[in-house]
Design a binder for this molecule. Structure first.
Ligand code: UDP
Ligand code: MG
Length: 164
């Protein structure tokens, strides 16, 4: 295992993935975990959390001028079900995580992607994934303390990774 060095893109990385309250409410956690696991990615942090308004606003701060921002924050913070916050690790996992999740608008998301298979509305699109190395670093440190993220190896990692 080589720890993802800051600035290395496409190598072994970590990304922040969150099942949103609608995904939790609809019982989709198992399938989401399954898709990342079966690809070969490794779960290094997970917790159920109802984010504070401050956390949700910071998480989505780039969108604060958008008309849907207020509704987005109340959806994330409602507490009708917790967000399931996760960190997944593996080669190119930031970009590949976005591919597994699919397009923001579920009606544009390909069948076979998580959003393509499980939802209809952009405002209830069930899952979040970091969109860049910088967002991943920001989001992981926002949602998790250092001691909540684990370094561990799959015993069969040599069957997932060759030298290239
Ligand atoms: N969103 C929305 N209406 C829009 C665009 C986005 O409600 O027109 C919500 C949706 O839940 C989306 C989130 O805001 O997942 C963040 O938007 P972003 O463009 O970052 O999409 P994502 O990165 O989640 O695909
Ligand atoms: Mg985004």
């Amino acid at each position: 295992f080589r720890r993802a060095a800051a600035g290395v893109r496409g190598g072994v990385e970590r990304t922040f993935i969150a099942l949103k309250p609608d995904g939790t409410q609809r019982g989709l956690l198992g399938d989401v975990i399954k898709r990342f696991e079966q690809k070969g990615y490794k779960l290094v942090a997970i917790k159920a959390i109802v984010p504070s308004r401050a956390l949700a606003e910071k998480h989505y701060e780039d969108l604060k001028t958008r008309p849907f921002f207020k509704g987005l924050v109340s959806y994330m913070t409602s507490g009708a079900a917790p967000v399931i916050a996760m960190v997944w690790e593996g080669k190119d996992v930031i970009r590949q995580g976005r591919r597994l999740i699919g397009a923001t608008n579920p009606l544009e998301a390909q069948p076979g992607t998580i959003r393509g298979d499980y939802c209809i509305s952009v405002g209830r699109n069930i899952i979040h994934g970091s969109d860049s190395f910088e967002s991943a670093e920001k989001e992981i440190s926002l949602w998790f303390g250092k001691s909540e993220v684990y370094d561990w190896q799959y015993g069969n990692a040599e069957w997932l990774y060759a030298d290239n």
